[in-house]
Design a protein around this ligand. Structure first.
Ligand code: NAD
Length: 501
């Protein structure tokens, strides 16, 4: 039997083994196992937490500017090593290289924002809140913090979390997705090269056992999670029950409304990328179009059909391809099962990608773009997150009908409207019950200096990911009131509540 290269953990600045269980990591474009991943047991995760706990006092005491400098150096290293990082993303996730580059660039922008932490950590100061009395609020680090991340953005989502957590003075334990863990591990090694002291950032690979250890260990103060809604809900409940601050971002089912006055050819181009980019494996992907009026729906479906016929499906390493494979055989089966179900439920399958063949990559998990028309709210393909290259078109008569549909859906991550009518766009963005809204922007993923988060069952917790919210999530406010009365002046006891009256 061929021995596969082993993926280890990064604890206390060293690559280490740990845990008796392991699993294979596949290349989704070939269907072949190419690496073996060690799955951390409780003891291994506890070692990582102990390392982060020991590193915390010195890191917290390090001047913010020195901490920020590590982020600036890391940004340069990420740019210098972009090709190697993206090759790992594409080899394990399957997305096309240009998409891996886009994901890495968005991650780098989070590192760049984290390098402004000294400015963002500045507190609030008030002089003379009382006689000879000043008061200020400051934002103190929490201690050991942790992150648990999904497969679909293996390099970007970890960078949403730990750079800001660490720039704010915390130490961190990251548990990346077990399906494509290598890019996050390489980035963590680059962070050590950039000057992060051992123990400040640790990476444990693993599954539920590793996650549960992070959720229950008393030394972990806060947990950031991104993944599917059932797991997000579990993480939030378990983390909170164990006294931790938790933000848990979950799944999505994003609707794009196309109004009768929209520029349909441009809307179709935008929808192609939003529905089929990254094989639909994005939490901000658009799997649903809500067309207002039958004429709009007919034009959108006709346009999509033409564009889908031009799409190239194949390994992400070939720059000619638009869409790579799905991440695993199991996920391929699930997505294909949804397409079968949509047909059984009575939706019209306009384009069937199930039979796609990729020459020379027959073992890969390739599914061609699928397009349904006449999707209805009662259908499972409407209600559930498919997370694959499956786009459904729904037909409504008015904008209000489209909005009622969106508001009634359990998820509220992203949405967008295609229109030339400013009043309609303003009404939509003001009132829709969704956390991130695009107007003629299909993937309204906020830039690094805004924060990212959905509403309803797309996010459990109060603060969104990255941006200004991350500074608040990874710090605790402390308010200090200080008085230096003049020496020698005797003051009597005051029993009433102190005021400025
Ligand atoms: P997932 O929920 O299966 O896994 C996410 C993480 O949770 C992984 O690290 C995994 O090891 C861990 N995990 C899985 N099962 C667990 C269990 N039973 N107990 C404890 N930990 C467990 O998600 P995924 O398939 O890797 O990622 C896709 C999902 O993530 C989609 O639902 C997508 O919408 C969502 N997502 C959401 C956002 C967002 O910002 N809202 C961003 C990206 C992805």
């Amino acid at each position: 039997m061929q021995t596969l290269p082993l993926i280890q953990h990064l604890i206390d600045g060293q690559l280490v083994a740990g845990g008796s269980r392991s699993q294979e990591v596949f290349n989704p474009a070939t269907g072949k196992a190419e690496k073996r991943l060690l799955l951390a047991d409780k003891t291994t995760v506890e070692q990582a937490i102990a390392s982060a706990h020991a590193a915390y006092p010195a890191w917290r005491a390090t001047p913010p500017l020195k901490r920020a400098r590590v982020m600036s150096k890391l940004k340069n290293l990420l740019e210098e090593n972009a090709e190697a990082i993206c090759a790992l993303v594409t080899a394990e996730h399957g997305k096309v290289l240009s998409d891996s580059m886009g994901e890495l660039q968005r991650g780098i922008e989070n590192v760049e924002y984290a390098s402004y932490a000294p400015e963002l950590l500045k507190g609030e100061h008030s002089k003379n809140v009382g006689p000879a009395m000043d008061s200020w609020s400051e934002f103190q680090a929490l201690g050991v913090t942790a992150g648990i991340t999904p497969f679909n953005f293996p390099v970007m989502v970890p960078l949403w979390m730990w750079p800001m957590a660490i720039a704010c003075g915390n130490t961190f334990v990251l548990k990346p997705s077990e399906r494509d863990p290598s890019s996050a591990l390489l980035v963590a090694q680059l962070a050590l090269q950039a000057g992060l002291p051992p123990g400040v950032l640790n990476v444990v690979n693993g599954d539920k056992e590793a996650v549960d250890t992070l959720l229950t260990d008393k030394r972990v103060q806060a947990v950031s999670f991104v993944g599917s809604t059932p797991i997000a809900e579990y993480i939030y409940a378990t983390g909170c029950a164990n006294g931790k601050r938790v933000q848990a971002l979950g799944g999505a089912k994003n609707h794009a409304v196309v109004m009768p006055d929209a520029d349909v050819p441009n809307a179709v181009s935008a929808l192609m990328g939003a529905a089929y980019g990254s094989c639909g494996e994005r939490c901000m992907a658009i799997p649903l179009v809500v067309a207002v009026g039958d004429a709009t729906a007919d034009a959108v479906v006709a346009g999509l059909k033409v564009e889908i016929a031009k799409m190239k499906v194949g390994p992400g390493t070939d720059a000619a391809n638009d869409m790579g494979p799905l991440v695993t055989q199991q996920h391929f089966n699930k997505v294909k099962g949804f397409v079968d179900q949509g047909v059984a439920e009575g939706a019209t399958l306009v384009v069937d990608g199930r039979g796609v063949k990729v020459n020379g990559a027959e073992g890969g998990y390739f599914l061609g773009a699928c397009l349904f028309d006449h999707v209805k709210p009662g259908m499972k393909i409407y209600q559930e997150e498919i997370f694959g290259p499956v786009l459904g078109v729904m037909r409504v008569k008015t904008l209000q009908e489209a909005m009622d549909l969106i508001d009634a859906h359990e998820y509220g991550n992203g949405t967008c409207i295609f229109t030339r009518d400013g009043e309609a766009a303003r009404y939509f963005s003001d009132n829709i019950l969704v956390g991130m809204v695009g107007v003629n922007v299909p993937l309204p993923v906020p830039v690094a200096y805004h924060s990212f988060g959905g509403w309803k069952r797309s996010l459990f917790g109060d603060l969104h990911a990255y941006g200004p919210d991350a500074v608040r999530f990874y710090t605790k406010r402390k308010t200090i009131t200080q008085r230096w009365p003049s020496a020698g002046v005797r003051e009597g006891a005051v029993f009433s509540f102190p005021t400025n009256r």
